[in-house]
Design a binder for this molecule. Structure first.
Ligand code: ADP
Length: 429
């Protein structure tokens, strides 16, 4: 078994590895973003310089186009052109140059006239349609004028989807990050499984220790009582015989419940538990389980009532485990009591099933916990429930076995009123 110290080391190292991997990936992702953005900016710059050059050429302007482009914000570029420009001509030029530089992204463009100090044209070109003419559309949200300062004629190009475009250009990196996240999730899942297994084996150890202890007491009591029964002259004292026999009976009963508990733990570990199948009347088994807990309920000034049918309900199953199922459910009704436990058990026929409902007047289970109570280790963690001992395994065992028998288990509960568990086991045909 893994030692607690080792598990702690594994956890610490694993957490560092995961954190390291994530940090590295974030770093690479960022770097890749910056590089891809730089490449994009460079391409846009070159394309816009070419556009400016063309416009200068057309206007017979000898200004150098190198300084013409200015990046105002990460997604907004302004270009000095010294003169007004026809919008259709500009759009055409932009499209041509963007295609040339492989920039396939939606953009908005504006033309600014410095004499009028206003935008004289606003246009929007969707992506993927750069080559087609006349595909311009309109968009509501356009570049604000104050982003085009200065005392010269300009046009501006704004890329509203630049961030997404860059991410789409980084596909390999994004996929790699996705892959890494899956690996990390898998890794965390494995750690979780290891921890669960460890918890189970710890519980098993605790359990075995407790049990060994619990076995010792009844065994020595039985041994003492039987020794006393062997003493000469005991036959003259029937009262004492009665008392010792009673003690032996009670103690063997206690031993039996311990053996049942051990059986339960073994079932929880097995994927397919070994069952000793036989045909029997379920009523008998339910009554046995109730009988075993009767004393305990009466000590608490409560009662167990069993409403049994007149006919036998024959099922095919493992008698021992089936009895444990009902023992567990009745015992929970007593364990999670509010006041004097009143347990009502009803055995009836439901379609092709033998149905057993176990109703208590206990503390009840909150709605949000109901769907979890059959999970391994789950315990409702509110109020005074922690005063009650348990490992959160009982109902998990019950559900597993009911399913193994082809049956179903249902539960209804109301906080402060009580709970009803209904077990359905197929009737033998
Ligand atoms: P354990 O009793 O060992 O904690 P179980 O698997 O038997 O484990 O039960 C799981 C949880 O469901 C319990 O901790 C308890 O909170 C809740 N529970 C089960 N049966 C009842 C019941 N009859 N009344 C109220 N709460 C219950």
């Amino acid at each position: 078994m893994l030692k607690t110290k080792n598990v702690r080391y594994i956890l610490i190292v694993a957490s560092f590895c995961i954190a390291g991997l994530l940090a590295m990936q974030i770093y690479f992702l960022q770097r890749s973003f910056v590089q891809t953005e730089d490449r994009f900016n460079d391409k846009v710059n070159l394309a816009l310089i070419s556009v400016a050059e063309e416009i200068y050429k057309k206007n017979r302007d000898s200004t150098s186009s190198i300084e013409a482009v200015q990046q105002i914000t990460p997604d907004y570029f302004a270009v000095n052109i010294n003169d007004t420009v026809n919008s259709a001509y500009l759009e055409n030029l932009l499209n041509l140059e963007f295609v040339k530089y492989g920039i396939d992204i939606e953009y908005e463009y504006v033309i600014y006239d410095c004499f009028m100090d206003s935008l004289v044209w606003q246009g929007y070109v969707p992506s993927g349609k750069l080559k087609k003419r006349g595909q311009t559309g309109k968009r509501e949200e356009l570049v604000p004028v104050d982003l085009l300062p200065g005392d010269s004629h300009k046009f501006g190009v704004f890329f509203p989807g630049k961030r997404q475009y860059i991410y789409s250009e980084m596909q390999v990196m994004v996929f790699a990050t996705g892959g890494l996240l899956i690996v990390i999730a898998y890794f965390i899942y494995i750690l979780y499984v290891i921890l669960k297994q460890k918890k189970l084996s710890e519980i098993k150890n605790d359990f075995i220790n407790n049990m060994t202890h619990e076995f010792k007491t009844p065994l020595s009591t039985i041994s003492l009582s039987s020794e006393a029964l062997q003493k000469p002259g005991i036959l003259e004292n029937p009262e004492r015989i009665q008392r010792y026999a009673g003690i032996i009976y009670e103690e063997t009963r206690r031993l039996k419940t311990h053996v049942d508990k051990i059986l339960e733990i073994a079932v929880l570990d097995a994927d397919k538990p070994k069952l000793n199948m036989e045909s029997f009347d379920i009523t008998q088994v339910v009554q046995n389980a109730a009988e075993m807990l009767k004393l305990k309920v009466e000590e608490l000034n409560g009662s167990i009532e069993v409403v049994a049918p007149n006919e036998a309900f024959i099922i095919h199953g493992d008698k021992h485990h089936i009895q444990n199922i009902f023992f567990n459910l009745i015992e929970n009704g007593i364990k999670y009591r509010k006041e004097n436990p009143l347990i009502k058990i009803k055995i009836y026929k439901d379609d092709n099933y033998a149905a057993v409902s176990i109703q208590d007047n206990g503390i009840g289970i909150p709605g949000k916990s109901l769907k979890h109570i059959f999970q391994k280790f789950y315990r409702v963690g509110t109020g005074n429930i922690h005063n009650v001992k348990g490992f959160g395994l009982g109902l998990h065992y019950v559900q597993k076995l009911v399913k193994e028998h082809g049956g179903k288990i249902l539960v209804r509960s109301e906080v402060g009123v009580g709970s009803t568990f209904i077990v359905l086991i197929p009737l033998q045909k």
